[in-house]
Design a protein around this ligand. Sequence first.
Ligand SMILES: [Zn+2]
Length: 197
Amino acid sequence: MAQGIIENLITELIKLPGIGRKTAQRLAFFILAMSEEDVKGISRAINEVKEKARFCSECFNIAENEICSICSNSSRDRNKLCVVEEPSNILVIEKSKGFNGLYHVLLGALSPIDGVTPDKLKIEKLIERVKKNEIKEIILATNPNTKGEMTAQYIRELLKPFNVKVTRIAYGLPMGADIEFADEVTMNKALEGRREM
Ligand SMILES: [Zn+2]
């Protein structure tokens, strides 16, 4: 019954973040009215992301191969490393076009209360990279909230024995905010205004 398959689609869409029953309903009927080609494009993209995406073995960005497209790009500045919490943060920084170095994704932020201790994050791998590469500057671009600050401070301490400049992005980004929602201009200013820690 047609009612059943629409209802099924609505049930699936509700699983997405920020999608309530009303929005799911609206989306379901929108999808119903879309061309077959467009709908296939969406479902193909969703399937592909699960089939092909994995973490870059160097920086933990999302990659299609062993090494992500940024790490394998020879025109990137290998002296600069920008540390972020999540792969999605890289998209925002890349869009701002204010950074041409490499990244390191922590896959989270410190939160001992929730059991997120340093060993749960990709911090050890970061130190390994600092040891073996010619990194001259590390930009800590964790979120400007309590967890992000704690994480930045922790990494700053760990990096003290190394001969590397450590900077923190500036806040045109409002305190308590999430990098994910920063626009390009704000992100660019945050990078430009970074200060040594
Ligand atoms: Zn990478």
